[in-house]
Design a protein around this ligand. Sequence first.
Ligand code: MLT
Length: 201
Amino acid sequence: MHHIFKEGTNTKAPVLLLLHGTGGDENDLLPLAQMISPSSSVLSVRGNVSEGGMPRFFRRLAEGVFDEEDLVKRTKELAEFLDEAAANYGFDRRQIVAVGYSNGANIAASLLYHYEDILKGAILHHPMVPLRNVTLPSLKETPVFIGAGKQDPICRPEETEELATTLEAAGSNVALFWENAGHQLTKSEIEAASEWFRNNF
Ligand code: MLT
């Protein structure tokens, strides 16, 4: 997968896995990593799917309607890429914290839904429920921050609540941050995510 790896000044700090939104790329969330954990190594990945030239992490059939077969396949592809990247760059595979926005948050959530111990934690900005009717692995050791907008027309509040409840039922300690805004990422949401990261890692 296309990506950027930047080794951090503190190789003991969790590695931040950055996952952009639809139409973004591996450069988009680099400033976020600086705010969340400036000393961490960063692995920023570009989605392998193109929707009319816009990079994404998996296909969708319509806005908010996911191609579940492709989602499962791309989730596996990303999981395997994380193994490869850890081996190539010599970081600890068990120390990855995902930071995803929108489509990137959705594939990060899908990693959590499918694989035990795949992530040490996750910051999900404006995520949706990636899949339904699946049994999640234990997420007892995997805290999750969710940033959501009360007026988000894409990731509706009910869906945010459903995601949080599902992750909690799998044992995750979920922090839910509500912004009085829409789908966009706000400064206060990023600040809340940074504080959550400092408190958890
Ligand atoms: C998705 O397709 O993953 C969601 O609708 C969010 C987005 O617009 O990328």
